[in-house]
Design a protein around this ligand. Structure first.
Ligand code: PNS
Length: 160
């Protein structure tokens, strides 16, 4: 059994993320889900992101969740992890994932495995979900039940 890190912003976690995490667990045996920060992004769910990931994956065997502070490669070194897995969707993902993968490999030799997103999730993104939910659309079928509840609470708080 090996541990692979599955890092991401998870703003919020979707069924597409869940699918990648479960398939990673089946491939490697153990997944550490790392809730990280991309400094180019402004997060809607902020610090709640890790709570939502933990809740969505509570009780799932072979999966743990930790925040990533600082560089991903430093986090991996501190946890004795030598590979990272990320889902790859349609189109633009590839360029950015390739840039990050090469940077991480250049920094410490950390390897990246890119796992194609399942056909039903290949166009799903947290960015589009946030856009739809901000405009009042129902995104519940794309997220785990706890995230659907958090979105309902967010909607209540923004509409008063
Ligand atoms: O879901 P995302 O937004 O593609 O996740 C990006 C994330 C959080 C994995 C990435 O920004 C990251 O690794 N952040 C930690 C800081 C770091 O090491 N940045 C340099 C990456 S080459």
């Amino acid at each position: 059994m090996r541990t692979v890190l599955c890092p991401g912003s998870f703003d919020p976690i979707t069924l597409g993320h869940m699918d990648i995490i479960m398939r990673a667990r089946d491939l490697f045996g153990h997944v550490l889900v790392g809730v990280g920060r991309n400094n180019q992004k402004k997060y809607l769910f902020g610090d709640q992101r890790i709570h939502l990931v933990r809740e969505a994956l509570a009780g799932v065997e072979g999966v743990d969740v930790e925040p990533i502070e600082g560089l991903l490669v430093d986090f991996c070194r501190a946890h004795g992890i030598s590979s990272v897995i990320k889902g790859l969707r349609f189109g633009a993902d590839f360029d950015f994932e390739l840039q990050m993968a090469h940077m991480n490999r250049g920094l410490t030799g950390l390897e990246t495995v890119l796992l194609p997103a399942a056909a039903e999730h290949v166009t799903l993104s947290s960015t589009i979900l946030r856009e739809v939910m901000k405009l009042g659309g129902d995104v519940d079928k794309y997220v785990p039940p706890n995230v659907a509840r958090a979105i309902a609470a967010w909607r209540e708080s923004t509409t008063g």
